[in-house]
Each structure stands twice: as C-alpha cells, then as structure tokens.
Write a new protein. Sequence first.
Lengths: 287, 238
Amino acid sequence: MTQVLASGLAMGCVYALVGLSFILIYNATHGLNFAHGEFVMLAGFILYSAVDAGAPMWLAALATLGCMGVFGLVFQRLVFYPLRDRPFLAFVIATIGFGIFARNLALLVWGPNPLKVPSFFTATAVSLLGATLTPEHLFIIATTAVVLVTQYLLFFHTALGRGLRATAQNPEMAQLLGIRQNRMIAITFVLSAMLAGLAGVLVAPIFLIDTELGGAVILKAFIAIIIGGFGSIPGAVLGGLIVGLLEILVAVHVSSTYKDAIAFGVFILVLLVFPRGLLGGPVEDRV
Amino acid sequence: MPLLQVEGLRAGHGQGADVLHGISLTVAEGELVCLIGANGAGKTTLLRTIMGLVKPRAGRVQFAGREIAGMATASIARLGASLVPEGRGVFPGLTVLDNLRLAATPWGGTGVALQAELDRVFALFPILAERRAQLAWSLSGGQQQMLAIGRALVTRPKLLLLDEPSLGLAPNLVEQVFDTLAEINRLGVSTLLVEQNALMALDVSHRGYVLELGRIVAADTAAALRDDARVQGAYLGG
C-alpha cells in the first residue's frame, strides 16, 4: 500500500509541476499555453539526446533544464511577444500551432519509436519504514518538494518575486512603478519552461519518451488545475496530488481500464460541488 | 525649463477620435498644479498619456529635460514621474509592506535607504505601519488611498501625478488627503493634481488649468481661478 501511495504521489508531483508552470504563464499573461505538454515532451527528448551523447544522468538532467530555460525565452520571443497586444485567443491559437509543429519536429529528429533513458539510480528498490519503494518515486517527490519551497521563497521573499506577482496582479500599475513588464514576462516563461522541463526529466525514466509524452501528462495537469481552482498555484499543486493519488488508487482497487473514466467522473463531481475548484474562492476575491 | 512641459499634445484611445486636442501645460519645480474639469474632459487620458500608457499622436512631452513622448511607461517611471491612478491601483494580493517595497524599483532601493523611505511613509500614515503585514485588498478605501500615495512617495518622485485622489472617500478623509498632498508638496515634490472636487483642489494648489472636452480653456493662479465667474459657475457650484 505504501508503494502504491508513493507512486501516486510521485505522479501527482509531476502533474503539480506541469500544472503550476502552466498557471505561471496564465497568471502573468492571461494566455493559455496549449503547447505546454510539448514542453514536457521536448525536455524528455533533450534528456535522451544528452544521455545518448554520453553525459552522465545528472549532467544530462542539468543540461536539459538549461536548454529548457533558453527554449522558454525563445518561445516567449517568437510565440508570445509578437501577439502580446492582440486578443488573447491569438496567443492560444499560436500555441496550438506550435504544439503541432513541435510534435512533428520531434518525429523528424528523434523518430517514431519510443525511447528509453536509464534510471537516475542503480538500485531498483529501497526500504523505507518497512516498505519497499522505488527510488525513482522518492526522488520525484523529494525534488518536487525542494522546487516548491524554492519557488515559494523566490516569489514571496525576493524583489524579483514581488515584481513577478505585481505584474500578474496589475501589469499597468507594475509598469507605473518602473517594473519592466516584458522582462517579467520573459522571466516567467523561462521559469515555466524549466519547471515543465523538470517534470519531463522526472518522468522520462519511468515512462517511454515519444511524441505523446506531453499529451498524457498535460491532460491530467489540466484536471489538476481545474480541481484546484484555476489561477491558484497552491490549487494546482493540491489538484495534482489529488489526481495522481486518485488515478493510482482507482487503478489498483477498482479497474485500471477505467481509471481515466473514473478520474474524469470524480473531476465532474468536484466541479458540481465546488464550481470554482477547491482553492478558487469566490469571484470577487480572486487576485 | 520647467520640470514638466507638455506642448500641443494630441491623443486618443485605440483607433478612436482624439480625446486631447492639443494640450499645453507646464509644472515647474516645486509647484502644485491642479487640473480641473468635468467627467469626460480628458483629465485621466492626459495623465495616462504623460506616463506613456496612452501613446501620443502628436505634440511633445518633456520631463526633467528629456523628451518622453513615446517612451515606455517603466522608463518614464524610472526618470522620476509617479502616477497614483484613479482607483488607486494597489496590488490586492500583496501585503502593505510589499506594495511599498516594490515602489523602490525605479531607484533600486534596498536595505537602509529603503527602510528610511518606508519610515517616512509610516510617519505620514501611521495606520499603514500598523497594517504592514495585511494584504492590501483588506484595507478600507481611505487606507488604500494612503497606501497608493505612500507607495508613490517611495519611488522618490520628482513629479507626483494624482488622478482623483478624493474619489470614493468620506468628506473628513478627503480633507486629510488634501492636507497630506499639500504637506508632501511643501517637502519639495512637484505635483500635478487632477480633481473633480475643484474647490478643494484650488485651495491647495499654486496654479490651475481648466480642461473642457480635451482643450485647456483657462489657466491662471489658483486664487484667480477661484474668483473667475465662469469657473465658479461651472465647477464651484455658483
């Protein structure tokens, strides 16, 4: 049972990372990045290439995160920036287009066959409190915990974090105080792409990497975001953990065939009871 | 050379018609100048155009010796112009303290220098010191106005621009806000004040402009405008 919970939590952490990085962009720009799943996929492929080129796993992972940061900047410049003054739908459609482009580019570069990266660990099991657990799952949970704490400190205890939150809450006022909005948005895209990339790096060893990697993760991350309350970062994390745990518990105890159907059923039930999600709050209190 | 010099400024929203039809005005170093006019005269548009939030279509805006027409808002703010917008624009999800600290961005203030600015604001508005850890949305309207003005001061402005600071405040608070603005001006901050409450505005100002349908129709000392029959009829209730 502990093992089941650990694996559910680990997947939940991945959904949480993807969900919260999606919400970072939404909060800063009110844009929905429908290429976000492809961010995860790209990170998986880059990790594979780095390992394939002979880099040790830890170096490959760091290199991937670095590449994703640069990629976030380029994405912001090419896809977001030219459309920043257009109705928000223009950016949404551009991201859908970019998603299709990225999947097909990946198909050309890395081919149609699913690729495998090695585990971060040589051991296949570790004992903890009398339970046998996969080190991979513990690593995902621990890394996510560290990242969430770091992100909290960044957002709530640094000048950069204040600038990022102010830009998300009232971009015009932020500019009136001398904060360069375009720079804040560029930083947001870099952070977001790195977090989505981290999710890709974390799942790559337990999944196979192919062009559908992003799609599998982003769908669950969307559910997580909406259950948690759209726009809320703690909500995205809470929602991610709920979805991850729910998925595995249903698969183990009810039916693995219908786990997605049941997950969606619960999702609909949550929305019936909490139309704005668990941490969404009433409309007038949203900031 | 005055601190702010606007010449022949034209501006409007989006593809729409001009809202400002060639505005010229100046604010000298140390002056408190008010701009009065009815709803829809273009007062807010004028302030927003000076700050670069609305792009000017023609004319010049010179501030602190630099041409700022067409510059990015953040750059204008960094030159030392600080707008307190209508509706105050506090960041609702940030604490009072974070709202204030953010305002040190134009001069990159940290540490002791920033603390000195915060202490000045807290001396001016003691209630903000008491509520420093509260989120800004939980403040009353008057307290939010104090926060907005205090925050503008933390930017170390050469020029303070205020858009309807009395809007939505109880009468006793309005008086307090105007007293504070006069005090801030005495401390050396040049101010351009936009107000519908013409009498209050003229009481604290050195000079005033009257704006009607996007044009300046009168410009004089505050005392002269207060005695002007047209201004009395239109804006001072008789």
